[in-house]
Structure formats: structure tokens, C-alpha cells
Design a protein around this ligand. Structure first.
Ligand SMILES: Cc1ncc(COP(=O)(O)O)c(C=O)c1O
Length: 394
């Protein structure tokens, strides 16, 4: 371990929703005051531009090292959503001009809306043909289908590295290799992977990859896009020359510094992954042992070490979430952006779960600071709440 153990801003409640966002590393919260005093514009050539400019340069190097790429291949963005929008709009707007015969885009049925809705928008705008690879109930991608639709008309393939709701991981290296063989670009939404698996993009070989700082104990409002050198990509925000002209706008220095601070935790990631996966296994076996009619979605496939998606048959997921909230536990029923929406998760439905099964499912996502004691308290409360909800629904 090269770093001090991570500590985060405390709370009396128990936070088990790390796929929605992560608590801020206390080292970052304690630095914010000092960082806010660095107010110069990094584009200024006089003295007060020099310090922020140097800090951004150093941060870019640290973040590049975190994912094993070159610093010039990093474009800072405002979020993972922007990184996904930039990758898809930027690549497809360029490709449609240079390779007008390539009109197909391959994706999956379970992408985050920042990918799926951007593709819907581009489908109409550029007259594209979007093909979605099905994902089964276990969370596995239909590789046979993927191979059957891959041909010389494909411009781009975009497949998430890990799903935000079930944690299932897709075989990115294999999909990327196959896609590049036929001359298509390959993008992955890797937002859920930072801090949950070691990342080596050189080894993976992808052309474009999206990340978000707030999923890795840094500030909200900062993301980054990896663009492999030589990848054709239109600028996303036009105006100034920031980010080599790809994304105009004065930089979010505090967000960038916070992301760079987390990059220093690279060596600790494998250790934290092992710790989270044994805690996750402990949580799942405790739940399965003590509550009848429960099922782990995607439990048998390769998945993130921190995510459990659990169906509680005969229980409404929203009611369960709200009851747990009252008891001081934060979990999620579907993507954070769709919470409060009575419709069940479209991702679980796309995987073939029934309306009722999807509506009875809950996502628990643990983090680097989660303890066994917190999980044991959670299970004790869960047993009580599930029992009560099942009784009232009879
Ligand atoms: C898989 C995935 N992609 C993209 C995003 C969007 O990231 P951000 O919240 O930084 O816009 C999320 C957020 O939950 C996500 O889970």
C-alpha cells in the first residue's frame, strides 16, 4: 500500500450506493480550501495562469498513469455523461464524413442513458442503423449475435465495461479486437470500473474510453475521455483551445485536482477489490441464508467486486428502498437518475426479468470504506423490513 488508508467524510447513516456516487476522500475535502485560492485562468500567459496550468499538466500525467495511457490522450470533461456524448458524437460525426458507407453502430441493450440516448439522437441526425446486442438474465452478452452483425458497414462499436446495476463485466478486449479487425472504432463506457478493477487501456486496446471522477472518491463535476492517439474525433465544445481544441471552456481545476489525487491510489486498487469482493460475498450469503425468496442477479458471471443486484420476490423495490432509507441505509432500485420513477429498471427488463421481478430488485453497492459491521447491521434491518413488507402485501 503506497497511500494512507482512504478516509471519507463521515455520516451517521450507512452508505451502500457507491455505484451512484462515492463519498469524497477526506484528503480531497481538506485540500479544497487551498485549491480554491488558485484562481488564475490556466490559459493566461502571465504569472497567475502559470500555476493552474502546471497543476493541470501534472494532474493529466497522474490520471494517464492510472489507466496506463499517454497524457496527451486524456480529454477532461464535466462528467462521465459528457465523456460518452463526446466519444459518440465526436467519432460518428467524423466517421460519417470520411466513411459514408459505414452506417452501422453496434451497442448493447443495457447501456447507461448517456450512451443509449446519445445514440438515439445520432440515429435520427445521421441516419444511422443502431444494432443492440442482447444480454441475458444472467448478465451475459450474446457474443454469437455480436459476431453475426459485425461487418464492413460498422462504423463504431460501443459496449460498457461494467454494468452499473448488476455489475456484470463484458469481454472488452475480445470485442475490441474483433471490431478493429473489420476497421470499426471501439468505445467503452468504463465509468463503473475506476477503483473497482485495475485498468490498463494499452493492454485493452480500445480507441475511446469514458470515466467519471465522482465514482472514485473525487469531486462531482469532472470526468475524462481517453482518446487513443490518431483516433478521428470532432471537437465537442467549440470556442477556445483548451484540451487541444477538443473541449473549449476554462477548466474545472478543483475537479481535475481531485481526480488526480485519487490517481495516487492506483497501487491500492487490487487490494481493495479483494476486500470488497469478500465483503460482497459475505453480504450475499447472509441475505440468501436469512431471507427466503431472494435471488442474486448475475451472481454467476464475471462482475464488479462491489455490486449486488438482488431480487426480493413479493416485495416492492421502491417501498423497500424507502423503508431502508428511513432506517438510515442508502441503497438503490435501478439507476440513480431513475429513482423516484415507479417504472422498473429498463436495464433489468432488457435482460429478460419480468416486470414484477425487476420491480422487486434492489442494488447494493459497497465501497472502499464499507465494513463487515455495517453490512451485518444492514442485513439485520433488511430481514425485519422484508418481513414487514411481505406481511402488508398479503
Ligand atoms: C455506466 C455509467 N455510465 C455513465 C454514467 C454517467 O456518469 P456521470 O454521473 O459522471 O455523468 C454513469 C453514472 O451513473 C454510469 O453508471
Amino acid at each position: 500500500m503506497t497511500q494512507q488508508p482512504l478516509t471519507v467524510c463521515g455520516s451517521k447513516n450507512i452508505y451502500l450506493d457507491h455505484n451512484a456516487t462515492t463519498p469524497t476522500n477526506a484528503e480531497i475535502s481538506n485540500s479544497i480550501g487551498d485549491w480554491s485560492k488558485i484562481w488564475g485562468n490556466p490559459s493566461s500567459i502571465h504569472w497567475n495562469g502559470r500555476e493552474p496550468k502546471a497543476l493541470i499538466r501534472d494532474s493529466r500525467k497522474q490520471i494517464a498513469n492510472l489507466i496506463n495511457v499517454n497524457p496527451i490522450e486524456i480529454v477532461f470533461t464535466s462528467s462521465g455523461s459528457e465523456a460518452n456524448n463526446h466519444a459518440l458524437c465526436g467519432a460518428l460525426l467524423d466517421l460519417i464524413k470520411k466513411k459514408p458507407n459505414r452506417k452501422k453502430v453496434i451497442t448493447t441493450t443495457v447501456e447507461h442513458p448517456s450512451v443509449s440516448k446519445t445514440l438515439n439522437f445520432l440515429e435520427d441526425l445521421l441516419n444511422l442503423n443502431i444494432i443492440k446486442i442482447p444480454v441475458n438474465k444472467k448478465g451475459e452478452l450474446d457474443l454469437k449475435f455480436f459476431k453475426s452483425v459485425l461487418d464492413q458497414e460498422v462504423a463504431l462499436v460501443t459496449v460498457m465495461s461494467a454494468n452499473n446495476e448488476t455489475g456484470s463485466c463484458f469481454p472488452i478486449q475480445e470485442l475490441c479486437l474483433e471490431s478493429q479487425k473489420i476497421g470499426a472504432l471501439f468505445h467503452t463506457d468504463a465509468v463503473q470500473t475506476l477503483g473497482k478493477m485495475p485498468i490498463d487501456l494499452k493492454l485493452l486496446g480500445v480507441d475511446l474510453a469514458s470515466f467519471s471522477a465522482h465514482k472514485f472518491y473525487a469531486n462531482r463535476g469532472c470526468g475524462f475521455l481517453y482518446v487513443k492517439s490518431g483516433t478521428p474525433l470532432e471537437s465537442f465544445i467549440h470556442g477556445g483551445s483548451q484540451e487541444r481544441g477538443r473541449r473549449a471552456g476554462t477548466e474545472n481545476l478543483m475537479g481535475i485536482l481531485s481526480a488526480a489525487k485519487m490517481a495516487k491510489y492506483k497501487e491500492e486498487i487490487p487490494f481493495q477489490c479483494d476486500k470488497m469482493s469478500s465483503l460482497r460475498d459475505h453480504l450475499e450469503s447472509s441475505i440468501l441464508k436469512s431471507i427466503n425468496g431472494t435471488e442474486i442477479i448475475g451472481g454467476s458471471v464475471d462482475r464488479l467486486p462491489n455490486t449486488s443486484c438482488i431480487t426480493f420476490h413479493g416485495v416492492n423495490g421502491e417501498s423497500l428502498l424507502m423503508s431502508l432509507d428511513i432506517e438510515g441505509f442508502s441503497v438503490s432500485s435501478g439507476a440513480a437518475c431513475s429513482s423516484g420513477n415507479p417504472e422498473p429498471s429498463p436495464i433489468l427488463m432488457a435482460m429478460g426479468l419480468s416486470h414484477q421481478e425487476a420491480q422487486s430488485s434492489l442494488r447494493v453497492s459497497i465501497g472502499w470504506t464499507t465494513t463487515k459491521m455495517e453490512l451485518d447491521k444492514f442485513v439485520t434491518t433488511l430481514i425485519k423490513v422484508v418481513k414487514r413488507l411481505r406481511e402488508v402485501s398479503q
